[in-house]
Design a protein around this ligand. Structure first.
Ligand code: NAD
Length: 462
């Protein structure tokens, strides 16, 4: 069994470190945020991820998993060091901010005193492996120490990260040092997954190309959804019908509010940036981003079409996290939706099963008018006297809502279903004005061209 140091104890680092410990390795997770490490030492998790708390507890008790702010402690006897720090977008053009990786590489270099394999798990622009190598070499406190750098991009999804670690579709390892890549492969052998060993740049590119492809599928189906609305087709059934084709597949064909989260938006931007820096014009990537931006405006447009001016209206928001089973708010559509509504003078009543704290922090950070936002205890409180209910995150618990009761407590019976989560027919039968994404036939007349809107107008007048 190996001795492993994981640098960066966020969604990726904590899951990776914990799961590697669970495979029997001795793992030390290092982070620069002392408060995070203190909480972890007390058994408190800084993030929400299903199953994670129990596995952390089990491995800490077994003495296989440790937390520290000290690189020296983390690197002591380590065979492998994973770099799993954040690589957010730079503010300006969308390139990746490598400063966290660079700082981590410098700190590692200062403590290296024996041969170690450095593994880049963070998503880094193509060529970063060489940058990490150079930084480490330039900052070694013992210049005679040897090391290797291997790229091992991460593909886990928040919300199912443990399962994704345990049953990956593939493990990608890239290095100019094939022996080092093979040593890293031994860590993953118990998972019995296909292992792709390639060069450094190709491994880095596989990560960006994979995320860009998945984002493209989402923007593709969202464009199809727009067309479906105009032509009275139902995108849900279109996606199901397409998905039977093995060449296409059903995954990532859910029309909705567009992609968000900590990866797709920044990784598509970074890939486009890399392409432009290389003198190319990545037209498809730009279209993918443009369609995604348009989806963010959809809810606000629909609300004003149905309710008229939003000033003084109360908009109930179900779900804040960028997707279910996580508390991650990075680039969550809820932020744009709440901002657009409150900027127009509406009040937002919001609820999320786990992302209330991170949601509040994110809304504040993004400059949303907090005096117009009320955090509620549950979905029924959100619906109370609301002029419209917007389903933003498809948390499973919202499936069992008693929509008949919700209908009676709302001021106006309007549901904007940003994830095509509810049964359109049932909500229409209950007297709701239901508005999904790309579901032409179920849309209220106001949303359709050349229809008489007057009949349904009376439904929403207060
Ligand atoms: P995160 O923000 O949740 O965690 C990063 C952690 O690194 C933080 O705890 C931060 O304090 C710590 N850190 C920053 N600089 C440090 C330093 N110099 N030394 C020690 N710790 C430091 O980020 P994340 O979501 O875990 O993502 C990490 C990387 O993995 C990113 O490159 C991301 O693109 C990639 N990735 C993320 C996911 C995902 O679902 N979150 C999936 C695949 C890949």
């Amino acid at each position: 069994m190996a001795t492993i140091c994981v640098v960066g104890t966020g969604y990726v680092g904590l899951v990776t470190g914990t799961c590697l410990a669970d495979l029997g390795n001795r793992v030390t997770c290092v982070d620069i945020i002392a408060e995070k490490i203190e909480r972890l030492k007390k058994g408190e998790l800084p993030i929400y991820e299903p199953e994670l708390e129990e596995i952390v507890g089990r491995n800490v008790s077994a003495g296989r998993l440790h937390f520290t702010t000290s690189y020296r402690e983390g690197l002591n006897n380590a065979d492998f060091v994973f770099i799993a720090v954040n690589t957010p977008s730079t503010d300006s053009l969308g390139g990746a901010d490598m400063s966290y990786v660079e700082n981590a590489a410098r700190s590692i270099a200062q403590e290296l005193d024996h041969y170690t394999i450095i593994i880049n798990k963070s998503t880094m622009p193509v060529g970063s492996g060489d940058v990490v190598k150079r930084i480490i070499r330039a900052n070694l406190s013992r210049p005679d120490v040897r090391f290797a750098v291997v790229s091992n991009p991460e593909f886990l999804r928040e919300g199912s990260a443990i399962q994704d670690f345990r049953s990956p579709d593939r493990v990608v390892l890239g290095s100019s040092d094939k022996e080092a890549a093979r040593k890293v492969a031994t860590l993953y052998l118990p998972l019995r997954a296909p292992i792709v060993i390639t060069d450094l740049y190709t491994a880095e590119m596989i990560k960006y190309a994979s995320n860009a492809f998945l984002a493209t599928k989402i923007s593709f189906i969202n464009e199809i959804a727009q067309i479906c609305e105009r032509l009275d087709a139902d995108v849900k059934e279109v996606a199901a019908g397409m998905g039977y084709d093995k060449r296409i597949g059903r995954a990532f064909l859910d029309a909705g509010l567009g992609y968000g989260g900590s990866c797709f938006p920044k990784d598509v931007r970074a890939l486009a940036y890399m392409a432009e820096e290389a003198g190319l014009h990545p037209q498809l990537l730009h279209a993918v981003m443009e369609i995604n931006d348009d989806q963010r405006r959809l809810v606000s447009d629909r609300l004003t079409t149905i309710l008229g001016p939003l000033r003084g209206c109360t908009i109930g928001v179900l779900g804040l996290a960028f997707k279910p089973d996580t508390d991650d708010m990075r680039e969550a559509p809820s932020i744009d939706i709440i901002r657009q509504a409150t900027d127009q003078g509406a009040y937002a009543r919001v609820y999320d099963p786990v992302a209330m704290t991170t949601g509040c922090e994110a809304l504040k950070r993004e400059g949303v008018r907090m005096e117009q936002v009320q955090f509620c205890q549950g979905a029924y409180e959100v619906a109370e006297s609301a002029d419209a209910l917007v389903l933003v995150t498809e948390w499973h618990e919202f499936k069992s809502l008693n929509m008949r009761e919700i209908r009676t407590i709302m001021r106006r019976p309007v549901v904007i279903d940003g994830r095509n989560f509810f049964e359109a027919g049932e909500l229409n039968r209950l007297g709701f004005i239901y508005c999904g994404i790309g579901r032409g036939a179920s849309l209220p007349p106001a949303m359709l061209p050349d229809r008489d809107w007057a009949s349904s107008q009376s439904l929403v007048d207060a």
